[in-house]
Design a protein around this ligand. Sequence first.
Ligand SMILES: Cc1ncc(COP(=O)(O)O)c(C=O)c1O
Length: 321
Amino acid sequence: MNLLDAIGNTPLVQLHNITKGTQAKICAKLEFTNPGGSIKDRISRYMVEKAEKEGKLQPGQTIIENSSGNTAMGLAIVARQKGYKLKIVIRDTTSKEKLKMLQVLGVDVIAVDASLPPEREDSYNNYAKNLAAKNPDLFYIDQHNNLNNNEAHYMTTGPEIWEQTKGKIDYFVAGIGTGGTICGVGRFLKEKNPNIKIIAVDPFGSIFYDYFKHKKLIEPYRYFIEGLGDEFLIKTAQFEYIDDMIKVTDKNSFEYAMKLAYEEGIIAGGSSGANIWGALQIAKDLDENKRIVTIFPDSGYKYFSTIYNEDWWKQHNNFAD
Ligand SMILES: Cc1ncc(COP(=O)(O)O)c(C=O)c1O
């Protein structure tokens, strides 16, 4: 088997301990079992292969992308397997473990100041795009506006969930980062059964919730959950596939990631904590006949210096409100 064929077909497991006190069944798709350690392997392969087929990406070109680390890892694997070079723009708040992994894979990493206003030329959101515009040897993947990101989930994650649950699914709850996961899976599940409810989880500080609920663009502010939320509206956030959205704090996300470890033996990242917290909020109103599916996008091994480190909690005043 080729390494790229090992991407996807991840397990869906039922949670039994963290769900105590709720009636509905909650299942989680363990995306950290992908070869690059996250759900982003799926879109990395799909976006690169689509660009190759469409003739947009030529042999010898360098792929460039801005990523919270996981897409970077996925692209690194795809680039290594297919012989492309890779340049990645990350925020300087990205965990040390993710940075180290990219260095081990020989990726050219550019870390930008996460506190720069998003409209600045050299901000996280603009840096890769601007560099690619000036240099024809660079191919900008643009996971935030590339609908092949969503299509990857429509073609793989969605059908896998449908098969693994044999169609017995009532809610899909997932964090919204690019929106690729929730909108791609949401579109697939709604085509199968329009009664399935799609619920997004958005961090406090991100703009999505207020836009979704009130068409209002708030001033974004800093939060520490990696991979979720945004400061801008982006093309891949296709709100038409989302039924409702809930807000999550850094504290709830990180505490629930730790609870997953203590109670289920699953060492997952902060967005998995956000997702299980969200799923449990939805479960409160449901009976035992209902099933919620959620996603654990990446592993906790990438966050031992942050979420699983007491000093880091202290540095951030224990994420007190
Ligand atoms: C750790 C983690 N969780 C969740 C997400 C969100 O997934 P999506 O971009 O498909 O909305 C990301 C995306 O970067 C991520 O890195």
